[in-house]
Ligand binder design. Sequence first.
Ligand code: IMP
Ligand code: MG
Length: 179
Amino acid sequence: MKEKIKVKDKEFSVFIKAAEIDKSVSRIADAINEDLKGKVPLFLVVLNGAFMFAADLMKKIKVENNISFVKLSSYSGTRSTQVINELIGINEVVKGRTVVIVEDIIDSGLTIRRMLDNLNQQEAADVKVATLVYKPNAFKSDYKIDYTGFEIPNDFILGYGLDYDGFGRNLPDIYKIVE
Ligand code: IMP
Ligand code: MG
């Protein structure tokens, strides 16, 4: 693992290492396994960013489940745009189901707010939110986040699914921008 990397025009330094991420993922999986014992949740993974978190998380989930994907995008470069594009919607029947939203990072909170509204409209029985990373100082919404891996300051990060302009998603560690 490199301490410092350059992605396009920006420099990043290592922030959360793979081993630490793995521990957090295990902790979240344990909590979900405990809370949803006897249920058959539908995991809805928010693409693209959550693909790596979801892959690692789902290997540790023991309750019977279904997995599907939605694709939303609100970020451009290193900023949230406030406009959410729905590129792939919810294609499953969610009425009456326990749903777990799997997200890479909650920033302003808008993306997940939009998903929660959709799921409520479609009468999901219970919706839980699991995010690997949460930026509490950027959060402008009001819903409960049920499972959080890491709380971080408002710095732009990449790696482990998270990108800068489409790059860096494959990195096994999380890096933070060097201002
Ligand atoms: P929100 O709607 O503002 O909560 O934004 C959430 C989405 O923005 C996430 O799903 C990410 O795709 C993206 N995002 C937010 N912060 C970062 C970051 O620091 N690095 C990379 N992507 C981010
Ligand atoms: Mg995302």
